[in-house]
Design a protein around this ligand. Structure first.
Ligand code: PLP
Length: 529
């Protein structure tokens, strides 16, 4: 164990981590009041579909007193089955009760009076783009992260011999797209090993990407956070480095929307794909695809149309949308639409040509009939998050996860965690995904495993996940992880010797009491010192 890197609250200093959660819960109420002031909403001011609106015009949270008593401020907005403790948001989330109700009504209304719903998304994109720090022209409602990633890479003209730098910890969606690029277009895939436990630091990750660079590097593709370990990679630093080198950056940010306060212009990526159905808690088969469509470093207030027909010459009322400046000021990469009903209409994306004045999302969005109830429900979730305050949500989610990690450290030690508990790399790497390994020798995430130990661990880990569900009504998951090796932290476990840690998602509807419940159950189900 490297105590200097893992330095922070002493082992057992759980109280400080818990106090941080209470503090973050308190700030939620402030964020709500700030939103109210900023947007000037009065008691009848905010109409979010049929959402139950509080007296101050915002969707309700539980009272401050209840938050102080250890409940999640957001708890009452969700409708989980009684007794169920669902902690696998990393796979898929749960929609707020009111959103579910409205979506059902919407679906019923469509059945009663069927309508084609090719259109309507311009207004939706106008509503949600600000929450993600981008322009509605560059945000597309996709089906999910996988869908967005495929539409991104298939639109970039890769040539044989082009090199793509990625990581050894991509999810199947990322693995699939880079394998296809290799097989179909002869792209050479260069892989960075992601470090774990005390080997992890932002600087190390950056250095490993840089080490893979050659003059043939065309793009980097990485997920952040890493779904196996929960580590949030230094996305802005990676994208800035890529931009300086003239490399295209593609981010698989499946877990970011709804978990953190995203500012895509600030992150500086060229392309981003994320889930609507995970931490953003929208319905299944919803997601966000972002394609950088500008390079002005100054923030601006842009006039955007409210009608979907506007890009094609039909007059439309306009709205003002404030957008942050771009950190990536490179020219726009050539990009072809992969599926659209209106290829090249009004010259937009014709032959891959880019122009920041073009409403590319209007062309990319129009792929035939979609699901109006799903898209409306996703937008409603985004409105709720905006109203509750995305930074307040991130602060709460990360503080709660850090409380969970403090309790893990208390029982299993620093070495059991996927990233340093504290220290120089930690704060920026923290997310609501916690990965820890109670099965390895010495409770060491980075333990070198034999093939036999690896396969026994995989079985033990799967059994623990199953037992938590059947005996305790707690849903978490496990993963198969090519962790860094204690014997040589520059190397990661070879196939056949991967570890099988547990992954726990803590989200806005959870509370410190839920964290205590999962720890109590784990102590009954998995090995501990
Ligand atoms: C990093 C990462 N990318 C992509 C996906 C696929 O997400 P979706 O279901 O939105 O396609 C996941 C799902 O777990 C993931 O963790």
């Amino acid at each position: 164990m490297n105590e200097s890197i893992n330095a922070g609250p002493a082992v057992g200093d759980v109280a400080a981590a818990k106090a941080a959660v209470e503090d973050a819960a308190g700030r939620v109420q402030t964020a709500r009041r700030d939103f109210l002031k900023l947007f000037g909403y009065g008691s009848a001011g905010l109409m979010l579909g049929g959402l139950s609106i509080g007296e101050d015009g915002l969707p309700g949270l539980i009272p401050e007193a209840a938050a102080a008593a250890g409940k999640s401020p957001y708890e009452k907005a969700f409708g989980f089955d009684p007794g169920l403790l669902y902690m696998n948001i990393g796979t898929t989330g749960s929609s707020p009760t009111q959103v579910v109700k409205n979506a059902n009504q919407d679906y019923k209304a469509i059945a009663g009076n069927p309508t084609a719903y090719f259109f309507g998304q311009q207004a939706m994109r106008n509503t949600i783009a600000q929450g993600f720090g981008c322009d509605p022209y560059e945000l597309v409602l996709s089906f999910n992260t996988t869908d967005g990633l495929w539409r991104i890479v298939m639109g970039i003209p890769f040539a044989p011999g082009d090199e793509l730098i990625t990581t050894n910890m991509e999810e199947d969606a990322g693995i699939s797209v880079y394998n296809m690029l290799a097989e179909r277009f002869g792209v050479v895939i260069k892989t960075v090993n992601i470090p774990t436990n005390d080997a992890y630091s932002d600087a190390e990750v950056l250095a490993r990407f840089k080490a893979q660079y050659t003059e043939k590097t065309k793009a980097i593709l990485f997920s952040s956070p890493i779904y196996l370990t929960g580590a949030r990679l230094p996305a802005k630093r990676l994208c800035k480095w890529a931009a300086r080198k003239g490399i295209i950056s593609i981010v698989d940010g499946a877990h970011l929307p709804g978990m953190v306060a995203l500012d895509l212009h600030d992150m500086g990526c060229d392309f981003f794909s994320g889930s609507g159905h995970k931490w953003q808690c929208g319905p299944g088969q919803t997601g966000f695809m972002y394609i950088r469509n500008g390079f002005d470093p100054s923030p601006q207030v842009l006039q955007r149309p409210t009608s979907d027909y506007a890009p094609f010459g039909v007059p439309s009322p306009m709205v003002d949308i404030p957008v942050p400046g771009y950190t990536n000021t490179n020219p726009l990469p050539t990009y072809y639409a992969t599926n659209t009903l209106i290829y090249g209409a009004a010259g937009i994306l014709a032959n891959g040509v880019r122009d920041p004045n073009h409403n590319i999302a209007a062309v990319l969005q129009l792929i035939g009939n979609g699901s109006r109830p799903s898209q409306n429900a996703l937008v409603e979730c985004c409105q709720l998050w905006d109203a509750w305050g995305r930074q307040a949500i991130e602060d709460y989610v990360v503080a709660l996860a850090q409380y969970l990690r403090s309790r893990i450290v208390d029982h299993w030690g620093f070495d059991a965690l996927s990233i340093p508990y504290a220290g120089f790399a930690d704060a920026s790497a923290r997310t609501g995904l916690t990965s820890f390994n109670p099965f390895s020798p010495g409770f060491d995430y980075n333990a070198d495993l034999t093939a036999a130990q690896s396969s026994a661990q995989s079985a033990a880990s799967a059994a623990a996940v199953a037992q938590l569900k059947t005996d305790h009504q707690i849903v978490i998951r496990n993963n198969s992880v090519p962790h860094a090796l204690r014997s040589n932290p520059t190397q990661n476990a070879a196939p056949g010797t991967f570890s099988a840690p547990l992954r726990i998602s803590t989200h806005l509807f959870h509370s410190p009491a839920d964290v205590d419940r999962v720890i109590d159950a784990l102590l009954m189900v998995v090995p501990h010192p």
